[in-house]
Write a protein that binds this ligand. Structure first.
Ligand code: GLU
Length: 438
């Protein structure tokens, strides 16, 4: 029986998790889950000047938020650890000696370098195909350094040693590493180990397709999705589509189905252009279909984070208010503006909305609506609708236009949750008071 795949995500802790990195983690995770293999998290922290607890935490937080659980690695352990390169020095020393004994190394000004066999190296890649790299010219391909004079290790060496030691069968990573791969293959050959299967995934470009997504581009850091309050499932779904697709134009696709359909030979070769708008749209769709209890919980957190004092209100009131926002906001950061009126004593009037809708001819209609609402014995959405619709007809005004002054009077805004429902939630007394005060 062939061995189950072992894949890894090997980020360097820079204090920042790029969407490209998250997508790499996701594709590794998908492949592990698709095949019943193992997903390893390895922290490539050899560059210890910039490595801090916080920087590692950013990686954990991002992966956890996206629901990408790892089977081996920091916090969860495993048999092939330690999972921080900074703790694997003894292993690297051992491998270094092996290369030295076989005559592959030489010293050069205190640095340890690997003597290239100067051959053409063939890289077999599931996504990019088979590529021959001619490494015969030392001018264009100088011997790689393995260890710096200060004793620190160079990425290529420790990366390959760890992949060997951790039994990695498939290296799935960004295409920016494709050009490093022939060097890695030279090292595998020198160790007498068969290289893993490579799958270099296409780069993520800016929306206009011009250039790689960089740190400065909006949406490039996973942390920004967390603070902006995207639905995590939506971001994960969106990242799935950056280099992979279900081939039937579907954009919203459940992760269980992606796990089932995903495979390395289905990864696109072309680069993927990043579209934050689409990601935001998906977020709204996921919120719409989300379990109401979970949406309420996320909504509460977002409102409290924005400084809304929810403790003053009944839990049932807050729940009802948040229910009217589900399917209406795309990002949770929109909630304070969208639903803040529920939680304020003083109305904040949007002056443009006032000028547009609380016009001299609208005011008598508003007064009529107020009177009709005041006469209701049951103040619920159905009863409210039941009384306002005929009133609009009586005035011969289109329903939407007829109701707009009421919305503005009550919420201070021309846009918001379903009017009948929000009126019910606010309650008769508050509604009548707000309508009288315009
Ligand atoms: N630490 C490398 C990076 O973050 C890992 C590359 C790899 O996956 O082999 O780019």
């Amino acid at each position: 029986m062939s061995q189950k795949p072992r894949v890894r995500f090997a980020p360097s802790p820079t204090g920042y998790l790029h969407v490209g990195g998250a997508r790499t983690a996701l594709f590794n995770w998908l492949y592990a889950r698709h095949t019943g293999g193992t997903f390893v998290l390895r922290v490539e922290d050899t560059d210890d000047k910039r490595n801090t607890e916080e920087a590692v935490q950013v990686i954990y937080d991002g992966l956890r938020w996206l629901g990408l659980d790892w089977d081996e690695g920091p916090l969860v352990g495993g048999e092939r650890g330690p999972y921080f390169q900074s703790q694997r020095n003894a292993i690297y020393e051992r491998y270094l000696e092996q290369l030295r004994a076989a005559g592959h190394l030489y010293e050069d000004g205190g640095a340890v370098r690997f003597r290239s066999p100067r051959q053409t190296v063939q890289v077999v890649d599931i996504v990019c195909g088979t590529i021959d790299f001619d490494l015969s010219n030392p001018e264009t391909h100088p011997d790689m350094t393995i260890r710096r004079p200060d004793g620190s290790w160079i990425f290529h060496f420790v990366n390959v040693v760890d992949d060997i030691e951790m039994g990695i069968t498939h290296v799935i990573r960004g295409e920016d590493h494709l050009s490093n791969t022939p060097k890695h293959v030279e090292l595998y050959n020198a160790f007498g180990v068969r290289p893993p299967i490579f799958a270099h995934i296409p780069l993520i470009l800016k929306k206009d397709g011009k250039g790689k997504m960089s740190k400065r581009d909006e949406g490039s850091a996973v942390a920004s999705y967390i603070t902006d309050g995207y639905a995590p499932e939506a971001v994960r779904n969106y990242l799935c589509l950056l280099g992979w697709s279900p081939k039937d134009n579907r954009e919203k696709i459940d992760i269980a189905e992606v796990v089932q359909l995903f495979d390395l030979d289905k990864i696109n070769r072309g680069n993927a252009a990043f579209d934050l708008e689409k990601c935001a749209w998906l977020s709204g769709e996921y919120f719409r279909e989300m379990d109401p209890a979970r949406f309420r919980e996320l909504g509460r957190e977002a409102l409290v984070r924005a400084g809304v004092d929810l403790a003053r209100f009944d839990a049932a009131y807050v729940d009802a208010a948040l229910d009217t926002c589900r399917g209406k906001v795309r990002l949770l950061k929109e909630l304070p503006a969208y639903a803040g009126f529920y939680f304020r004593d003083e109305r904040i009037m949007d002056e443009a909305a006032r000028t547009k809708f609380l016009t001299p001819e609208a005011l008598p209609r508003l007064a009529a609506m107020r009177e009709a609402l005041g006469a209701l014995t049951t103040f619920d959405a159905a009863a409210i609708e039941g009384v306002l619709k005929p009133l609009a007809a009586q005035y011969g005004v289109k329903l939407g236009a007829f109701l707009q002054p009421l919305r503005v009077a009550v919420t201070g805004s021309a846009a918001g949750p379903s009017l009948y429902h929000l009126l019910e939630i606010l309650g008769r007394e508050r509604v009548l008071r707000l309508c009288a005060d315009v």
